[in-house]
Design a protein around this ligand. Sequence first.
Ligand SMILES: [Zn+2]
Length: 295
Amino acid sequence: MTIGKIVDAVKSGRILFSDGAWGTFLQKKGLKPGECPELWCVERPDDVLDVAKGYVKAGSDMIESNSFGGTSYKLEHYGLAARVAELNEASARISKQAIGDSGWVIASVGPTGKLLIMGDVTEQQLYDCFREQIVALEKGGADAVCIETMTAIDEAVTAIKAAKENTNLEVICTFTFEKTVKGDYKTMMGISPADAAKASIEAGADVIGTNCGNGIERMIDIVKEMRAFAPETPILVHANAGLPQNLEGVDVFPETPEDMANQVNELIAAGANIIGGCCGTTPAHIKAMKEAVKQ
Ligand SMILES: [Zn+2]
């Protein structure tokens, strides 16, 4: 609360650092395939707190929460749809406990897995589902919501509206792009970075950006396209530690903290204001990037 708004910090000219991957971190602590990560917020809170603290110690100005799959549509796969409020509130509380008043909790909200264009759900159902999660994240102490890994505009817009119309949280919305054979970037649903930026801003997002799917090198191109379209809006980037290489059935992310640090200033020059990591990144990656920017 005393720290003010993320957008104001960006407008004052600061480059801010976010956190890195949570999933891989929790797996190292023993999260098994098929286990619900969000349930750890109540069953293994100390381990979740440890992840959050790892990023605070690395120098993150803001950290996410262990709530990526915290919508009822995701939790129902584990028979936990009735515990949305409890699990999301706990996730935000843990992250707030880790960062205190020295930074922001940008609570994670991932896709529901339901597609409006396929008729899986109605817009109202999707809206209610996001509202339920995001209201609980605010109650748990989140400062902002990070709607991420989006590929469809209608789902992203519904989530942004649910946050804006029902909470006082700052709203970040990031999309995941893939490089096409033509060499440009599109989400799985065919959305370009410029289209994603436009839709996010029109729906009321305070911060736009991109996460996952790419290493930092490709994020530079994506950010350039978003920045050309949106000259004023803060841009957040959560890059993977490179493109995954499949080694004996396991995805390995090849980029070291130094590799990412070597490219971070170019990413900032392209227009990024908030830098963090996605799959494969660790506190060491965040620390190295932050140090590279200081120099
Ligand atoms: Zn990722």
